[in-house]
Structures are given as structure tokens and as C-alpha cells.
Design a protein around this ligand. Structure first.
Ligand code: PGA
Length: 241
């Protein structure tokens, strides 16, 4: 893993965005894996600015999101479908039919998991995956204890994850207890991974990732076995290194 230390969240966002833009310029048909949460929003802002100023185009890009809550309709402001439209898709020239997110309202969620997994593979796999990290080391919604061999699946969210994400909801009770997420093996098949880590709340997780062993109790640790991972971290996140 390569670690890029930046002075601020702004710089982290800019540097990660430049990296993504340069890969899109090299391959305008890039399969781009996307993440939700607070961390990537700065990168998405930079991608939008660049699209407006420099006309980088997404007309042939396909995107694949990591996860979606179960039971939240796409039009609900708390769905990751809604989040992605608000924070990125509505502001760039990507055709919406080329944006893919697991359907957390599917009647048969097992079937939806299988469909999403094979759908990614039919498209040739993910070229570049953007990831955040949970304070408990989760990647996507793969909580501690998830098998490193997992494919897209249904997961029970850890209480700490529900609490962390309750800031987006009216109350903790409103936070779904389950999600559908790409598995760890699915994520590891991406050709390249950018991990974004920002803020003091992630400092412990980053230190454990860098200094700890590879262990299913800390899902992000598997990234040490991937040959092309770049971590973009800001000053607060690297405080314990
Ligand atoms: P955050 O979420 O960017 O909102 O901190 C990251 C994650 O939980 O994976």
C-alpha cells in the first residue's frame, strides 16, 4: 500500500480527484467503483468542478457503488441512490443507466446480490475502486468478522456503524439494520483501489491498518494483500502513525 499524506481534507480531495481524472483520461470507458459517506464528498465536488471547467467527460464511464441500505426506497433522501445523484451524478454528463447501485428494495435480496455480483463481472470488473474506512475497519459495509472470500451479500450493520450513520437520519431507530454490500473478495478484484481516510475519528483505524496484521476482525487489513492500493490521508488521520 502506498500512503499519500496530505495537509488537509481539501488537499486529500484534490489529489484523489486528480488521480481519478487522470485514469479517466487514460481510459474513457473506465469502470469506476464508488463509495458514499462523508469522506468522498470532497472528491466528488472536485470531479464536478473539473467536469465544468475542463470538460472531462463521463459519457462512456460505468459506475458501480459499493452498497445500499435495505428497505430504503431509491427516492428517499437517505438512500445511497439519492446520495449519489445529489453529490455526483446530477452534476456530470454520465448517463444514469450507466450508474449501478445494488437495489436494497429488491423482493429477493439473495437474488439481487447474485445479480449485482455477476453484473460487475459481465462488465469486465472494476478498474478503479474508491473506498472509505469505518472506525471499526469496515470497507463497503463489510463489518468485522466478514469472510475475506465474501461476494455481494446482505449484512447486519454493526451497532457502531448505525450510530456513526445516525447523523444522517432523524433518529438512531430510523437507521436501517441491514445493507447489501459488495463482498470483500469482490472489492479485492478491483484492479486499483484508492482508500480515503480523513479526520481524527479515523486515526486509530488507519494506524491499525498500517501497523496491524491481516485479520477478518479488521476487514480493511485485507488491502495489504492487494498489489495496487493508494491511501490518501489527511493530517488528522495520520496523527497516530
Ligand atoms: P464516512 O464513512 O466517510 O462517512 O466516515 C466511511 C465508511 O463508513 O466506510
Amino acid at each position: 500500500m502506498k500512503l499519500i499524506e496530505t495537509n488537509s481534507y481539501e488537499e486529500l480531495s484534490q489529489q484523489a480527484a486528480w488521480k481519478i481524472i487522470s485514469l479517466i483520461k487514460d481510459n474513457p470507458k473506465l469502470n469506476l467503483g464508488l463509495a458514499t459517506g462523508s469522506t468522498p464528498t470532497g472528491v466528488y465536488k472536485k470531479l464536478i468542478e473539473d467536469h465544468q471547467e475542463n470538460k472531462t467527460t463521463y459519457k462512456e464511464i460505468n459506475t458501480f457503488n459499493l452498497d445500499e441500505y435495505i428497505g430504503i426506497p431509491k427516492k428517499d433522501p437517505n438512500s445511497y441512490h439519492y446520495f449519489m445523484c445529489e453529490n455526483l451524478f446530477d452534476h456530470i454528463d454520465i448517463p444514469l443507466e450507466q450508474t449501478h447501485i445494488p437495489d436494497g428494495t429488491a423482493k429477493d435480496l439473495e437474488e439481487e446480490s447474485k445479480r449485482y455480483e455477476s453484473f460487475i463481472q459481465e462488465h469486465g470488473g472494476i478498474d478503479l475502486q474508491i473506498l472509505g474506512i469505518g472506525q471499526n475497519g469496515h470497507i463497503g459495509f463489510n463489518e468485522p468478522g466478514t469472510s475475506f472470500y465474501s461476494r455481494t451479500h446482505i449484512i447486519n450493520l454493526a451497532e457502531s456503524t448505525r450510530k456513526a450513520n445516525s447523523r444522517f437520519f432523524e433518529s438512531l431507530e430510523d437507521v436501517p439494520s441491514q445493507a447489501i454490500t459488495m463482498g470483500i473478495a469482490s472489492i479485492m478484484e478491483s484492479k486499483e483501489i484508492l482508500l480515503l481516510v480523513s479526520g481524527t475519528s479515523k486515526a486509530e483505524a488507519l494506524a491499525r491498518l498500517i501497523n496491524g496484521d491481516v485479520n477478518e476482525q479488521f476487514p480493511a487489513s485485507i488491502l495489504k494483500n492487494h498489489q495496487n492500493v493508494t491511501i490518501f490521508a489527511d493530517k488528522d488521520a495520520i496523527a497516530l502513525l
